[in-house]
Design a protein around this ligand. Sequence first.
Ligand code: C5P
Length: 228
Amino acid sequence: QKRIIIAIDGHSSCGKSTMAKDLAKEIGYIYVDTGAMYRAVTLYSIQNKMWQGSALDEEALRCAMPNIKVGFKYYPEEGRSHTLLNGQDVEKEIRTMEVSGKVSPIATIPFVREAMVAQQQSFGLDKGIVMDGRDVGTTVFPNAELKIFVTADPKVRAQRRLDEIRAKGDSTTTFEEVLKNLNERDYIDSHREISPLRQAEDALVLDNSHMSIPEQKAWLIDRFNSIV
Ligand code: C5P
């Protein structure tokens, strides 16, 4: 069976990573969460005090870029990977609202994207990879054999995200805050100059507003089997 590259792009919090992770497990492919990489860079900028309110010291980040190493470590007992920032497990820290609020501006910066895209491309050299993000099918792997563009109603997405946040023990974040963050990220992601979030011409669209996780998985596996 030939091994391919699968690119899953789409709006914030529409379940891309759940789908991508499930699919990768099922077909024995590597899964890479590119959003986690931008989140790790963002965490680094926060930890190293590069922010004054909503203003980022871009020059400081530029100088630090060579020292920011993002990686993944697979935990077989959990069946998933954790994100590493310079060797430290930051899987939990990169999912906070603070990081979510600063990640999209960070992801508009050309030198940040260049560094991340180069690393993402190196992960795909041997194919057999499922990668999710915003620009995987357009910029990282424009020749990916299977491209999916996922979307869902913003309110449905905000509720799903809130459920996740609640499950992690945060009882203070509100639905409105989550919805506002999603809308802001989608706006910045779709309007930035470099590789904005958009559907690749040859991508298949999946609106999963009213689909269960097993239904999405079945849909994806079907698409996969029709190609390999
Ligand atoms: O996928 P996730 O929501 O964790 O991504 C966090 C942010 O990282 C996105 O809102 C977007 O600004 C940025 N991102 C990106 N390009 C990607 C993946 C994520 O710009 N390929």
